[in-house]
Design a protein around this ligand. Structure first.
Ligand code: ZN
Length: 150
């Protein structure tokens, strides 16, 4: 188990230091600013959506390793997915971080996002890990106000 935890840790550090899909999307159809005042994490999410599908996704911002890694992993995971699939992933991911009994099928369903499962032991960091997802949700429903985890 400790080997797996160590591997998870390495993936988080890698994505935190070198976030994938980092930058702006000039052609974005949706964009939203999210903020986690508890930790100081801030990010702007850019999406190109057509026919209920996320064609492209990028983000920029700054924050702790967990918030950046989570946004990076989310962007990799969601490119090409239907909005309904993205919302179901968010639901499952949130469940993974807030419910301490982690079942195997949930982990399998989440794929690479499972590296963040250890965050559930640190309730204060759950907001870091879910910031990108809350921001995504707000962007999708067209909420014009900036999103705060508070
Ligand atoms: Zn944070």
């Amino acid at each position: 188990m400790s080997d797996i935890r160590e591997l998870y840790q390495q993936v988080i550090i890698d994505h935190g230091r070198h976030p994938r899909n980092f930058g702006q999307l000039a052609q974005a159809t949706h964009q939203h600013l999210g903020h986690n005042p508890l930790c100081g994490d801030q990010l702007t999410l850019y999406l190109i959506i057509a026919d209920q599908r996320i064609i492209d996704i990028k983000f920029e911002g700054r924050g702790c390793a967990i918030s950046m890694a989570s946004a990076s992993l989310m962007s990799e995971m969601l490119k090409g997915k239907l909005i309904s699939e993205a919302e179901s992933l968010f639901h499952n991911f949130h469940h993974l971080l807030t419910d301490r009994k982690q079942d195997e099928s949930l982990l399998a369903n989440l794929g690479k996002l499972g590296v963040l499962s250890g965050v559930c032991a640190y309730p204060a960091r759950v907001k870091c890990a879910t910031l990108a997802w809350h921001t995504l949700h707000a962007a999708l429903i067209g909420d014009n106000k900036a999103t705060s985890t508070e």
